[in-house]
Design a protein around this ligand. Structure first.
Ligand SMILES: [Zn+2]
Ligand SMILES: [Zn+2]
Length: 113
């Protein structure tokens, strides 16, 4: 019984690999300004970088319409595009990622320790 169990476990990715993947996904969803998941996502058309609506508007007020990531100049604040598709993906994807993390930490990790 235990031998068949360990063979099925060996085919799953290691917890470190899983955590690295989750971290990568989270970093894509992350706003570079507030370092949490991007809310009310807005895209800078000039360079394609994505920030929270509030973060990027605040940043434009302080630093003369420059992209905080690459310093591309943005002609006008009105050029910012709301990214509703991204918002929908985040709301779907984030809850999925969180439940995945819960499964890894409470069910997979204790078995391998
Ligand atoms: Zn932000
Ligand atoms: Zn940029």
């Amino acid at each position: 019984m235990s031998s068949s169990f360990s063979t099925s476990l060996s085919s799953t990715p290691s917890p470190t690999e899983v955590l690295e993947k989750i971290q990568h996904i989270l970093s894509v969803l992350e706003c570079p300004i507030c370092l949490s998941v991007t809310e009310d996502a807005h895209i800078i058309p000039e360079c394609g970088h994505r920030f929270c609506g509030d973060c990027i508007k605040e940043s434009f007020r302080k630093c003369k319409n420059e992209c905080p990531s690459c310093r591309a100049h943005v002609s006008t604040r009105r050029a910012l595009r709301a990214d509703e598709i991204f918002d929908n993906l985040v709301s779907l994807g984030y809850s999925a990622i969180v439940s995945y993390v819960v499964v890894v930490f409470f069910f997979i990790l204790p078995l391998t320790l």
